[in-house]
Design a protein around this ligand. Structure first.
Ligand code: AMP
Length: 112
């Protein structure tokens, strides 16, 4: 099981923000902004570039989850950034697709 499957299964504790049968959202253990939430499909996809046509439904659910979680945490008006890291140069460390939702401070551009 991946780390995030274990979190979804309750085997590893996490601060859960929201969940549905398709995805779970929880606070990142090493937050890079005042709000830093990971949105993760329950059924693992290794990384975004490995998604298959049959994953289209859950990929859409993940993007819809962004707005739902942002509204729940009260950052939809102030703004936020969504990041997906793919592979070594992208900074991926957990091989289970996840969206980073970052908010609560102005975020610089370009990213590092
Ligand atoms: P990435 O580098 O894009 O693969 O992101 C992985 C993220 O998972 C990092 O931001 C980590 O801080 C976060 N992370 C690792 N372990 C945990 C955990 N047990 N609970 C919550 N977040 C975690």
């Amino acid at each position: 099981m991946t780390l995030f499957e274990k979190i979804a299964a309750g085997q590893i504790p996490a601060q859960i923000v929201d969940r549905t049968p398709d995805w779970i959202a929880f606070h990142d253990i090493q937050p890079q902004a005042p709000v830093h939430v990971l949105i993760v499909p329950i059924r693992p996809i290794a990384r975004v570039g490995a998604a298959l046509p049959e994953d289209a439904g859950v990929l859409g659910q993940l993007l819809l989850a962004v707005g739902q979680v942002a509204r729940k945490l009260g950052v939809d008006q102030s703004g936020f950034r969504v990041v997906i890291n793919h592979g070594q140069d992208g900074g991926e460390t957990v091989p289970h697709l996840h969206l980073h939702l970052l908010a609560g401070r102005p975020l610089s551009w370009p990213p590092g």
